[in-house]
Design a protein around this ligand. Structure first.
Ligand SMILES: NC(=O)c1ccc[n+]([C@@H]2O[C@H](COP(=O)([O-])OP(=O)(O)OC[C@H]3O[C@@H](n4cnc5c(N)ncnc54)[C@H](O)[C@@H]3O)[C@@H](O)[C@H]2O)c1
Length: 288
């Protein structure tokens, strides 16, 4: 088992929103990171995202220039998936949330991973147990569910698949701790902890809006002023993305069959209309 402070070879598969953030956090903790993506442009965007995140930290005074350069230099990019997987002590999969894409990739991970490597998926809504079966090393596979933006948010949900071993769970907890994160272990259940509680709340706010309880701005203001939350639920949906919110509540509904998780029809209508929140300039609120 690795010491939390020992630098390790970490391969992050997928250089999107999450992969780039995870790569940055691992590099900042002193690990040697290889960031891989199937798409050349995505790899470039991932590098650029890390550079701009580091620049922001320098501007805020949380990191100096030399530190930023060290982190950037600790992330190398590669297209050679099998070589990058084979060379890793820790593999973190953060590719597109699509079971078929993950199935194919985990077949490759299983075939090439070094004996003893820790294998993790960052999935938000798919079953860690199911994914762990695709690679054939279920006992050393777990979920490491980071939150966006990864360099900022302290939580990592360490998700135990049904066949994840105790040693793997401990190692994942140690690894997350070594990144300066706060790991919380949970079972492989739909939504894990945060999304299981947060997404139905947001969905319920959309039901309330559709029922005419109050205007969107007033629902949000009520929850910030009365419940002391930093953001109202509809503004939060706009931030997460209405498409992502809908996919998450659909997944909870599908997995549990529980009517409590029935997607709000208004949410579905807005997604169909392309009103996805901040990223399209309009959701429950308008953005310049
Ligand atoms: N976005 C979030 O807020 C968030 C939060 C927590 C977890 N997640 C999870 O993280 C994962 C990634 O989400 P994201 O938002 O970063 O997605 P994204 O669309 O920004 O990035 C996914 C990347 O994976 C790449 N990819 C697809 N197939 C690949 C393959 N076979 N090999 C290598 N690269 C491949 C794509 O080119 C893309 O660059 C998903 O499982 C998602 O559920 C997302």
């Amino acid at each position: 088992m690795s010491d939390t402070s020992t630098p390790q070879a970490v391969t992050v598969l997928g250089a999107g929103t999450m992969g780039a953030g995870i790569a940055q956090a691992c590099a900042a903790a002193g690990h040697a990171v290889t960031l891989v993506d199937a798409d050349e442009a995505a790899l470039e965007r991932g590098r650029a995202a890390i550079a701009s995140s580091l620049a922001r930290l320098v501007r805020k005074g949380t990191l100096d220039e030399a530190g930023a350069e060290r982190v950037q230099a600790a992330v190398r990019t590669s297209h050679d998936r099998s070589a990058a997987v084979a060379a890793a002590d820790v593999v973190i999969e953060a590719v597109t949330e699509d079971l078929d894409v993950k199935r194919a990739l985990w077949g490759e991970i299983g075939a090439h991973a070094a004996p003893g490597a820790l294998l993790a998926t960052n999935t938000s809504s798919l079953s860690v147990t199911e994914i762990s079966g695709f690679g054939g090393h279920a006992e050393r596979t777990c979920g490491l569910h980071f939150f966006n933006p990864v360099p900022v948010l302290p939580l990592v949900e360490v998700v135990r698949g049904e066949r994840t071993s105790d040693a793997t769970t401990r190692r994942a907890v140690d690894f997350a701790t070594g990144l300066g994160k706060t790991p919380i272990v949970c079972r492989d259940t739909p939504g894990f902890i945060v999304n299981r509680l947060l997404i139905p709340y947001v969905n319920d706010a959309v039901h309330a809006l559709a029922e005419g309880v109050a205007e969107a701005a007033d629902i949000d203001a009520a929850m910030t002023l009365g419940a002391n939350l930093p953001l109202g639920p509809l503004a939060l949906a706009d931030l997460i993305g209405l498409d992502v919110t809908l996919a998450a509540i659909e997944s909870l509904h599908r997995e549990t069959g529980d009517g409590r998780f029935r997607p709000a029809p208004l949410l579905r209508r807005m997604v169909r209309a392309g009103k996805l929140g901040r990223k399209t300039g309009e959701g429950f609120h308008r953005y310049a």
